[in-house]
Design a binder for this molecule. Structure first.
Ligand code: PAF
Length: 319
């Protein structure tokens, strides 16, 4: 009996071929797997595992605390993350330039700049901070939601407690607009809205839809107040351990992730307003953008001084 099962195991092992050493890569991202942030790691898994013939296994995990994810990549307890730029400027200050409100005219402008040498230069800055910037992805343009009132003009923001990301540029913008910015991780947002710790929040349509924020927010205004890039960041050790050929496969996979993410944001932006209205939200779509830009004038003057003014101009003039 023993000899028959040992023989069967031997045959099975022979048919399966030699065991291959597998390296696991853990990638964390916020939001559900089936969202614009989840499709990125899924594409990396599909493409990189296939191109490396299964020598790598990619594991995607959800974590709605983006600062924690960046710290974990830095110390190497996870390999990579897809994160908004929300907390990233606290690690790589040069990233903050992309968080300036009303910097990008539209999605094509933002994607064009991030894919140009400007975006590459900023990715190059990550290495000085113990991080490897791989590729730019996105959340899309951010909009305001709240549970109190319709926001049509900056004056409607006065006194509104708005959850922001842990991002100096965004917090300053909301202060100048008269709101009370309250920074916190996304993982804390829904309880904070339920308990009334904050009245509102700001995020792109993809995020509002994926997280059913309509269940805790009645009003939405399409403020388009800032484009929200996201970025794939890895631990430099992971990149150094890969052979040049595997690094190339990794970049092919990263480009597939970027395409999947951007396509999904485009699709969510196209369907999102109707979907959120059908879920009961009141959506203000006609916004006096010039009024918001005017109200932000003191903050724009500060950013001209504190950020790279020449680069701000180059980005604005980019065609
Ligand atoms: O609001 C945030 O913290 C971010 O936009 C989110 C939802 C985590 C996506 O990157």
């Amino acid at each position: 009996m023993f000899r028959r099962s040992a023989l069967a195991a031997g045959i099975a092992a022979f048919l399966a071929g030699p065991a291959i050493a597998q390296t696991q890569i853990t990638i964390q991202h916020a939001l559900p797997a089936n969202s614009h942030t989840g499709v990125g790691p899924a594409a990396i898994k599909e493409v990189f595992e296939r191109l490396t013939n299964g020598r790598y296994r990619v594991v995607a995990q959800r974590n709605d605390n983006e600062r924690e994810m960046v710290e974990s990549v830095q110390i190497g307890t996870i390999d990579c993350t897809f994160t908004s730029t929300g907390p990233v400027g606290n690690f790589v200050p040069e990233v903050r330039i992309f968080d300036v409100p009303f910097l990008f005219r539209d999605t094509a402008h933002a994607r064009g700049v991030l894919d140009s040498e400007i975006g590459q230069q900023v990715l190059g800055r990550f290495s000085a901070r113990g991080l490897h910037g791989v590729i730019w992805t996105e959340n899309g343009f951010r909009h305001l939601t709240n549970s109190r009132r319709e926001v049509n003009l900056p004056a409607d923001l006065r006194g509104l407690k708005v959850r922001t990301m842990e991002n100096q540029v965004h917090m300053r913008a909301f202060t100048v607009l008269g709101a009370l910015p309250t920074p916190m991780a996304f993982s804390e947002l829904v309880p904070a809205l339920q308990q009334g710790t904050v009245d509102g929040q700001e995020n792109p349509i993809s995020v509002i839809v994926a997280n059913n924020l309509n269940q805790v927010q009645r009003y939405m205004t399409l403020t388009n107040h800032v484009y929200s890039p996201s970025v794939m960041i890895c631990n430099p050790g992971l990149m150094q351990r890969m052979t040049p050929a595997d690094r190339e496969h990794f970049m092919t996979a990263a480009r597939a992730a970027q395409r999947a993410n951007r396509d999904r944001v485009t699709q969510d932006d196209a369907n999102g307003v109707e979907l959120l209205r059908s879920r009961g939200m009141t959506v203000v779509t006609t916004v006096n953008t010039a009024a918001f830009q005017e109200a932000l004038a003191p903050a724009f003057a500060e950013w001209e001084r504190s950020l790279d003014a020449a680069l701000l101009r180059r980005i604005r003039d980019w065609r």
